[in-house]
Design a protein around this ligand. Structure first.
Ligand code: AMP
Ligand code: GLY
Length: 426
């Protein structure tokens, strides 16, 4: 099978790594990729947001499957362009990807399907936003309606800061629904869980839960980011959580989107809060999470390509149950100085080869990296690397991941020191 992966972050490196280990995959391509992906796939300098260019590349390569990683190409309709060219694609249509592309759309789907989530107001003026903030009280949750790479959400007890974020969202460039909309919602307390499911629009196959660390600094301080680390499994999660979320969240969402005539196939990501009043959806994403994918795929034993192809072709109901490795996985993100506000780039990364263990238990996945003419690997984005490790338990995986982190250096590198710390300690 010839597979083309679209994207160039650590999530796509994790996807490419798993696909490259699948004996069913004869050729692996990625566009645009990064310096790490280039070691396991042939990379192509194609604009990932250009559906026609991606479809043309897939046709030229005679790809049997295209896997779209990030949200921006999904929302831009890249899957639709590939599907229209007659090539199976893992990733929802642009319309179905609105589940992530518009927080207001997601709230509407959840209301229609009776899915438990935070109560919310969709606001279009600063006055409405102020009213909504006061209706819920602190802590305030203010979300840009559109895509913001994990940085559109502010959670704060400072009313002025909440209002300022709303004002910034109103002033941002207009989305598909007109000029800036802001979603203000009730604060959900309790631990967060990311649960992914693979779906063909009908059958829903949940993966194993993971936890992400969204804040930039130790102890969940600092600004929200795309994610600074992750681990799986969650030893503290209630028994039956996956089945509960399948029955009350994932399957009803997939059924509702099919009923609307916009079936969702691809990866449905439920971001959940386990509150004292029960499980609530914080957000949906229309693609694999980053960095959770790094740990979820590290635990997956079933070869990946056949699973993604079955979702793309609508035959998930014929698949054998997924198999998982025993043990645990932890990933720690190394980010550039200034991330998330203003990441610096262009610094040489040292120690990459030393960080990968010979036995495959520690491996470095690249995010924002590029190789220069001399073959040096340079930082090229906010999140630079995901140092990932597996072990018999979380403590071992965690220790190995941080050993890997310790071998890598670049100017201004930052990472959290508390990824999986509490969970590993029991
Ligand atoms: P989102 O982009 O919707 O996932 O939000 C990013 C992060 O903001 C989440 O992972 C949570 O940590 C936090 N967050 C979002 N919505 C809420 C909420 N209603 N209550 C508490 N925290 C939230
Ligand atoms: N790790 C959060 C996300 O992928 O949205």
């Amino acid at each position: 099978m010839k597979v083309l992966v679209i994207g160039g972050g650590a999530r796509e490196h994790a996807l490419c790594r798993s696909l490259s280990q699948d004996p069913a995959v004869s050729e692996l391509h990625c566009a645009p990729g990064n310096a790490g992906i280039a070691q396991v796939a042939t990379v192509h300098p194609v604009d990932q947001l250009d559906g026609a260019a991606v479809a043309a590349l897939a046709q030229r390569l005679a790809a049997d499957l295209v896997v779209v990683g990030p949200e921006a190409p999904l929302v831009a309709g890249v899957s639709d362009a590939v599907r229209a060219a007659g090539i199976p694609v893992f990733g929802p249509s642009g319309e179905a990807a609105q589940l992530e592309g518009s927080k207001a759309f997601a709230k509407d789907v959840m209301a229609a399907a009776g899915i438990p989530t935070a109560r919310a107001y969709v606001c279009t003026t600063p006055a409405e936003a102020a009213e909504a903030l006061d209706a819920f009280g602190a802590p305030y949750v203010v979300k840009d309606d559109g895509l913001a790479a994990g940085k559109g959400v502010v959670v704060t007890s400072d009313r002025a800061e909440a209002l300022a974020h709303a004002a910034a969202c109103f002033g941002a460039s207009p989305g598909p629904h007109g000029p800036g909309r802001v979603v203000i919602e009730e604060y959900l307390d309790g631990p967060e869980v990311s649960l992914f499911a693979i779906t063909d629009g009908d059958t829903v196959l949940p993966l194993v839960p993971a936890q992400d660390f969204k804040r930039a600094l130790d102890g969940d301080q600092g600004p929200n980011t795309g994610g600074m680390g992750a681990y799986s499994p969650l030893p503290w999660a209630p028994e039956g959580l996956v089945q509960e979320v399948l029955d009350t969240v994932l399957q009803p969402t997939v059924d509702e989107l099919r009923r609307r005539g916009t079936p969702f196939s691809g990866l449905l990501y439920a971001g959940l809060a386990l509150t004292s009043r029960g499980t609530r959806v914080i957000e949906f994403n229309a693609r694999f999470g980053d960095p959770e994918t790094q740990v979820v795929l590290a635990r997956l034993d079933t070869p990946l390509a056949g699973v993604l192809l079955a979702a793309a072709k609508g035959t998930l109901d014929t698949l054998e149950p997924l198999r998982w490795h025993e043990g645990a996985a932890v990933t720690v993100v190394l980010a550039s100085e200034g991330y998330p506000a203003a990441p610096r780039t262009g610094d040489v990364i040292e120690g990459l080869a030393e960080a990968d263990s010979a036995d495959g238990t520690v491996f470095v996945l690249h995010a924002g990296t590029r190789a220069d003419e001399a073959g040096q690997v340079l930082t090229a984005g906010g999140r630079v690397l995901s140092v990932t490790a597996v072990g018999t338990d979380l403590a071992e995986a965690r220790e190995r991941a941080y050993q890997g982190v310790g071998r890598i250096g670049f100017k201004g590198a930052q990472h959290r020191r508390d990824i999986a710390l509490e969970a590993a300690a029991g």
